[in-house]
Every structure is written in structure tokens, then in C-alpha cells.
Design a binder for this molecule. Structure first.
Ligand code: ADP
Ligand code: MG
Length: 395
């Protein structure tokens, strides 16, 4: 695996440093519901400020699609960041333009300036060379710490890295690449992958990439139902991707014992919080019902396998964890990973919803690593090149 040059080795004192961070936090009516990504960006920001760099921080937030959207301003992020750093965080009214230039001109060593949402400009996602140049002209050094955006070739993640030298990785980027990279490259065995989520179609490349590397893949989530169908079982109203059943059958044949499917599921007639649910074996799913979680016997089997593992990689919840009681399987797997960590295993959670589930369960600090990159982690684990990483300087 290619390792980019680190900010640790850059001479930053007295320099103006542009830091692309991933401060794309979930918001509910202007309130940040999970500040994990802001916290994860702190080590790089603190390091630069302490070394006497002037820091220009840039990020996107949500999907404003190239237009100014007041609900997606970075103000709540600036406030939260200010609380965490114990200092006032100044912001610009735009990501670039004359006002920004004036603000940058006034920066002194140890100052921090947060640019407004990059995606208010369509040029950001279009990787427009002029936009990348405008960003590049702001700084002497570029630091990419936005692992969660590294799978996108955007102006602030890719274009700019070719124009500012040095272009190095931040500490979060470094940590993500190290943990995910080591899991794939040199895993402590047994190496167990736990995959779930809604759709098998989004995880085919991941299964293909992991099959030769892992000892076992435990499958949960709605994804399991497509495999059930491939085994000739009836799945009622469960979410099934009909056009992937053949492929699931082929995977089952090829993977042999490596693919472990749920023994049964928790079913209900509809998806509603607190609805009456039943536990059935996988060959007993009645018409009119859908599987919304893995059953307790599956939880026991998965837990046994997880706690014996040397490395556990988890992507995708085991059920509809947003709607109790269908969160039980996902919580139990999170607990099993925590137990595995305590027993000395390397446990890695990659995937937006799985990471959210671990945070929700209060178990994030009992994992070796919870990736901040949903799609980026997935693409990395699939063995794809991340453009935001590829554009950085080599060691
Ligand atoms: P991640 O973001 O961790 O990669 P995914 O996005 O692939 O995970 O999948 C998460 C979604 O899968 C959740 O919204 C969850 O409700 C859904 N899901 C899991 N199990 C089921 C199921 N049995 N039926 C319907 N949806 C499910
Ligand atoms: Mg998701």
C-alpha cells in the first residue's frame, strides 16, 4: 500500500497551511447530532497551531449542489470546533473571493480561519482547475485530513494537491490508512469480516475483495435475504434484490464455508417502532412478513466467531437498527467486537451506518478503530485507489 508523506515531517512553522478536513457532520435543525468528525480533526489542527502555522481550514457540509444554502453553513461547526479547541474560531462568508483574501492576509502564526462550505461552489465537485488554483494560492502547504472525502476527486481533495507543494496527509488520514491498510495487508488471524446493510449490490465488490483475504465473512442485514433466496428459501416481504440472486448463488458456491449466513431472523408484518416481532429460523419465514434483524441464535454464533478472531472488520448493520426492537442484533455485534478488542483483537468498523450504530451503543472507544469515512472506507477496502490519497506526495 502506498503511504503518503505526513504533516509530521513538514516544516510548518511560520507557514500558511490549507487543511482539507471532513467536517461533514450530521445536523438536525442546525444542531450537530454527532461531532465525531470534528473531534477526529483536532490532532492535525492542534499540531499545526502549536507549531506556529497559520491554518486555513476547509470542508464541505451536506449536499448544497453548488448553491448557497443557509441551512448548510459551517457556523455550527465553527462553534463546536471553538468549544473543543477552547478558542474563538473565525469564519469567512464564502470559500473564496476578495473577503477571504483579506482575511488570509491578516493571518498570523497560530491563527485559525475556517472557510465557508466548499460545495456552495459547483466548481468544487467538478474539480475545476481554476477553483483548485484559487485554493492553492491561499497557502504554502496543503494538508489533506479528509479521509471521508478522499474517494472523490474534487478541487479541494485532488486538484489542489497537485498545485501546492508539499501536499501531505494529516494525522486522521494517516491513521485511517494505517488501520484499514494493516487489516487488509497483514491481518492477525483468524480474520473475520462482518457485513450487513440493506443492499448486497453495494457490497459485491467488497465481498469479492475480502474473500481471498479473510477466514470468514459473517453476513447479516437485508443483504442476507438475497442469499436466502439464492439458497431457495422463501423470504416473505423481506428486502431482496431479485437481479442479484444469481450472483449471490455463485458467491455461495465459490466461497464455500467462508460465507456464514444467519440461522434465522427477527420478523414483523411491517417496519414500525415497537411493533410485535417474532423469531423464526431462516427456512420458516412466513408470507406477509419481512426480516428486520438477525435472530438470537445467529447473534450467539456470530459472537462466538467474533470473540475468537484476531482481526474483525465490520461494515453494515445486522438489522434496521434505527427502529427498535430491530436494533438488537446490531447492538449485540457491537458488544461482541468490544469483547474481541478487550481480548486483544484488532477491531475495525468501516461504514457510515455501522459507525453510527457503534457510537449510538456508546462503544466507539472500545473499538481499535472506527473509520470516519463511510464511502471512502468502503472503496479503500474494495482495493480501489482513493484520488485524494493518490494526489498527495510520496514519502
Ligand atoms: P453502512 O453505512 O454501515 O455501510 P449500509 O448503508 O450498507 O451500512 O446499510 C445500512 C442500512 O441497512 C440501514 O439503514 C439499515 O436500516 C438497513 N438494513 C439493515 N438490515 C435491514 C433489513 N433486514 N431490512 C431492511 N433494511 C435493513
Ligand atoms: Mg450507509
Amino acid at each position: 500500500m502506498r503511504v503518503p508523506r505526513s504533516v509530521r515531517d513538514a516544516d510548518v512553522a511560520g507557514k500558511t497551511v490549507l487543511v482539507r478536513a471532513d467536517l461533514n457532520v450530521p445536523l438536525d435543525d442546525g444542531r450537530i447530532t454527532d461531532d465525531t468528525r470534528i473531534r477526529a480533526s483536532l490532532p492535525t489542527i492542534r499540531f499545526l497551531l502549536e507549531r506556529g502555522a497559520a491554518v486555513i481550514l476547509a470542508s464541505h457540509l451536506g449536499r448544497p449542489k453548488g448553491k448557497v444554502n443557509d441551512a448548510l453553513r459551517l457556523k455550527p461547526v465553527a462553534d463546536r470546533l471553538g468549544q473543543l479547541l477552547g478558542r474563538n474560531v473565525r469564519m469567512t462568508g464564502d470559500a473564496l473571493g476578495p473577503g477571504v483574501q483579506v482575511a488570509i492576509g491578516k493571518l498570523r502564526p497560530g491563527d485559525l480561519l475556517l472557510l465557508e462550505n466548499l460545495r456552495f461552489h459547483a466548481e468544487e465537485e467538478a474539480n475545476d482547475p481554476g477553483f483548485a488554483k484559487a485554493l492553492a494560492d491561499m497557502a504554502d502547504i496543503y494538508v489533506n485530513d479528509a479521509f471521508g472525502s478522499a474517494h472523490r476527486a474534487h478541487a479541494s481533495t485532488e486538484g489542489v494537491a497537485h498545485l501546492v507543494k508539499p501536499a501531505v496527509s494529516g494525522f486522521l488520514m494517516e491513521k485511517e490508512l494505517r488501520y484499514l491498510g494493516e487489516a487488509l495487508g497483514d491481518p492477525k488471524r483468524p480474520f473475520v469480516a462482518v457485513l450487513g446493510g440493506a443492499k448486497v449490490s453495494g457490497k459485491i465488490d467488497l465481498i469479492e475483495a475480502l474473500l481471498p483475504k479473510v477466514d470468514e465473512i459473517l453476513i447479516g442485514g437485508a443483504m442476507a435475504c438475497t442469499f436466502f433466496r439464492a439458497m431457495g428459501l422463501s423470504v416473505g416481504r423481506s428486502l431482496v434484490e431479485e437481479d442479484r440472486v444469481d450472483m449471490a448463488r455463485q458467491l455461495l458456491e465459490r466461497a464455500g464455508k467462508k460465507l456464514v449466513l444467519p440461522r434465522g431472523g427477527v420478523i414483523a408484518s411491517e417496519l414500525k417502532e415497537g411493533i410485535t416481532s417474532l423469531t423464526v429460523l431462516r427456512d420458516r419465514i412466513p408470507h406477509g412478513f419481512a426480516v428486520y434483524d438477525v435472530d438470537p441464535s445467529t447473534v450467539r454464533e456470530f459472537t462466538d466467531r467474533i470473540v475468537r478472531a484476531g482481526t474483525v472488520l465490520w461494515n453494515g448493520p445486522m438489522g434496521v437498527f434505527e427502529t427498535p426492537p430491530f436494533d438488537a442484533g446490531t447492538r449485540a455485534v457491537a458488544l461482541a467486537l468490544a469483547e474481541a478488542t478487550a481480548a486483544g483483537a484488532i477491531t475495525i468498523v468501516g461504514g457510515g451506518d455501522s459507525a453510527a450504530a457503534v457510537v449510538q451503543a456508546g462503544l466507539a472507544d472500545q473499538m481499535t478503530h472506527v473509520s470516519t469515512g463511510g464511502g471512502a472506507a468502503l472503496e479503500f477496502l474494495e482495493g480501489k485507489v482513493l484520488p485524494g490519497v493518490a494526489a498527495l506526495d510520496d514519502v
